[in-house]
Design a protein around this ligand. Structure first.
Ligand code: GRF
Length: 190
């Protein structure tokens, strides 16, 4: 019996986190990828992995109908929607519809929330003189980067750090841990 559990992944960009999820998850199985940008590199990652995919029309926000379309297409309702570099806010209607279907939604954000919500987190860490930096995995609400926290990984900021070095440190950790966190959530929900 296949004990893998279906997830959908939402992206907007390069899809490096998506790639890490596809390779690193042993419980979760990516069944559909949705992109808010129609030429996102991450769609190529999904295609190469043989995963169904689609993209926003006119850069619109994702609708309930689009979620229904994905579920119909795949033939399964996912346990989890995983945001992986998804740069749009989900509407309250979308979130409550997903909840009604029994779908949880999580996001990964490159800072130690509640510090540095939004963009340019690495620069803001340097500007603030923070001693620690890291990433946060949290439940998604309709407010930006604000849902209940599931996991944080931190590391020390050192004197020579730059935006680029912090980005590398964060992404390395995100790509290593996010798949395990996703699998852990699915294991716990069994
Ligand atoms: C990650 O750093 C994540 O924290 C942020 O977007 C980035 C995803 O990059 N939300 P990619 O598109 O997966 O390469």
């Amino acid at each position: 019996m296949d004990s893998r559990q279906p997830i959908f992944v939402f992206i907007s960009g390069a899809g490096k986190t998506l790639e890490a999820i596809i390779r690193g998850c042993v419980v979760a199985e990516v069944k559909h990828v949705y992109s808010s940008v129609d030429d996102a590199m991450g769609l190529t990652v999904a295609r190469d992995a043989g995963i169904m995919r689609n993209a926003a029309f006119n850069n619109d926000k994702i609708s309930i109908e689009q979620l229904d379309y994905m579920i119909d297409r795949v033939g399964v309702t996912p346990k989890l929607i995983v945001l992986a570099g998804y740069m749009k806010l989900l509407t309250p209607e979308f979130i409550s519809y997903a909840t009604k279907l029994g779908i949880s939604i999580i996001n990964i954000h490159p800072s130690l929330l509640p510090k540095h919500k939004g963009l340019n987190t690495h620069q803001r860490v340097l500007d603030a003189g923070d001693k620690l930096h890291g990433f946060t995995v949290h439940h998604v609400t309709d407010e930006l980067d604000s849902g209940p926290i599931i996991h944080q990984t931190d590391f020390r900021v050192v004197e020579d750090d730059t935006v680029e070095s912090l980005m590398v440190c964060v992404k390395m950790r995100e790509q290593l841990f996010y798949p395990m966190i996703i699998d852990g959530i699915l294991d716990d929900s069994k």
